[in-house]
Write a protein that binds this ligand. Sequence first.
Ligand code: HEM
Length: 453
Amino acid sequence: MTRLLTRAALVTLVVSLPAWLPGRVVALRNRIFARVNGDEGLAIPGDVVGIEDFKRVYADPAAGGRSKGAALSDLFWYWLAPGPEVHQEHLEAGPRYDQVARTTRQILVKTKKESEELTERVTRHVLDELDVGEGALVRLRDTVMPIWAELYYELVFGEPCPREARELIVGNADDVVSALKCVRPRNMRRRERLTNYVLRRLGDVPHELPSLLSTKEQAYYLQGAFFNTAVVQMSEAMAHLLMAVAQHPEVQRRLAGNPGDDGYLDAVIDESLRVFPLFGIAHRISTADIELGDTTIAAGTVLCFSYPGYHRAGYEHTDTFDPGRWARRAAKDSNFIPFGVTQNRACPARGLAPLTMRVVTREVLRRFTLSSTAGHTRSIPNRGPCLFVPRESGRSRRGVLAWLAVRDRWEDVWRSLAQLVFGTYMVLDARKKRLTETYFETEEPRCPMRSEA
Ligand code: HEM
């Protein structure tokens, strides 16, 4: 009897693992991260800076330090390597930053028509290779990543993307995003293969590259901004968007039935970026005191701006995915900054990104019906498992969707354990390497702070 009871308890424990283990492992990982990195940041919104002052502090000219003086930066530099010191996101203000930002703008500038045509061409090229037969399970992030690899290669090199380059770019971006989510340790050899390719091809880039950067730094800059950030961010944004569409059949029906309705598609994109902002936290280091009513935020404070915290405040049923809310309110009057704040280094692709997302969404929905029973969280470590069925087929695949739900919950179990191990290893390794501190100790004169003009 006792043995029977013990066995029943064991079975119950094992069967219930997906319900409780992943959450606890994630909480443990967060505690380990906080312990290793220390409690250095000022959380915004929070007790000191409320929602009402969020944007005002973010936009303050003194909220300008980027990497120097924050232990948190060590971790970001570790994840974005090689060349994090010339990654546009992490360069301190000054002439090198100005040149880099100008070059990025020049590479991204295209007319609306040109951008749409380019996106449509590469999307068709990639999706034509996708054989889903009568229907197949895909991972959305993996499915769309080659589209963005081809698109950003073409913007940088001004020619269609060769297969070799596409594989190297996807390999690099996949490695960065997997390490960021702690599902794998970073693989520097994989990333260096792309650096060597870009270095070899630097002479073919039809844009003027920042002259204050060395040849190697120019390659790092292109790799960091376009073959890492652009490809990773667009793949993540698209995975969220298509996952939300797959899980809201009424939204999908309206989009597929009215492919010319840009207004509704924009509302769906905005709602996806609101509920699933790509940035968890963006940080800055204050370069001077910031006065806020009775409070002074001291110079040298690490300001941690929480996008999910900001995007959740001031909305009815805030956790509900409801594109219809954007018919009743304007984005500019809402707590909504998917691309950052214009006064403080906002995303240079804030015009191009939504435009290209529209084209890809339309093309995917023209071909396939999407459904998914997998979990959908902001960090989306499952890469968006989704069933693609050719639109003309009309078959329902309830069995596959039931199996997908079970598989996803069990994947959560092993993935959370892997994230605990790899995350802890990478946080400790980043701490040991002290990339930011070491760089500023040796390279100080090359990084003048911004003289706020
Ligand atoms: C939907 C897709 C994207 C979203 C939601 C997004 C979001 C953001 C946000 C919120 C920031 C500001 C972070 C901060 O204040 O620290 C940012 C910065 C940046 N983004 Fe994006 N991004 C996207 C796509 C892209 C693409 C396609 C590129 C291509 C080059 C790009 C390049 C950058 C760069 C270089 C910065 C740093 C800007 C600077 O410091 O001067 N992003 N992005």
